[in-house]
Design a protein around this ligand. Structure first.
Ligand SMILES: N[C@@H](CCC(=O)N[C@@H](CS)C(=O)NCC(=O)O)C(=O)O
Ligand code: FES
Length: 111
């Protein structure tokens, strides 16, 4: 299992914003993942989507890595932020843009 952990660790630490999701940003395969994609696209955040449906090991591994039972999962600057509910609540409260800017992540325009 260390292989998958290393893979996840590299993605999380090597990209400012990473969304572990079902499907791809261009073609989400679940509404929960799709909602986070819509929010990140609306904000204009640069992010990398990692499709957990590519690998059963990854789908399980990310849950153990984060100690969080569901997909999607958003990481910013190596830190787990939350799933769909948390991201939606932060966005609706206007906190997501602020959070990203504070973290030094580039957001196009909306901030
Ligand atoms: N309330 C969750 C919704 C996400 C969710 O329930 N995901 C489920 C269905 S897509 C999941 O990942 N189940 C485990 C799995 O499919 O491996 C959130 O805030 O992110
Ligand atoms: S894949 Fe069925 S709810 Fe996400």
């Amino acid at each position: 299992m260390s292989g998958i952990n290393d893979y996840i660790d590299n993605e999380v630490k090597g990209n400012d914003v990473v969304l572990f999701m079902k499907g791809t940003p261009g073609f989400p395969q679940c509404g929960f993942s799709g909602q986070v994609v819509q929010i990140l696209d609306y904000i204009g955040a640069d992010y990398k989507g990692v499709n957990v449906l590519d690998s059963a090991e990854l789908r399980q591994g990310i849950k153990e890595y984060s100690n969080w039972p569901t997909i999607p999962q958003l990481y910013v600057k190596g830190e787990f932020v939350g799933g769909c509910d948390i991201i939606r609540e932060m966005f609706q409260a206007g906190e997501l843009q602020t959070f990203l800017v504070e973290k030094g992540v580039s957001v196009k325009g909306a901030a």
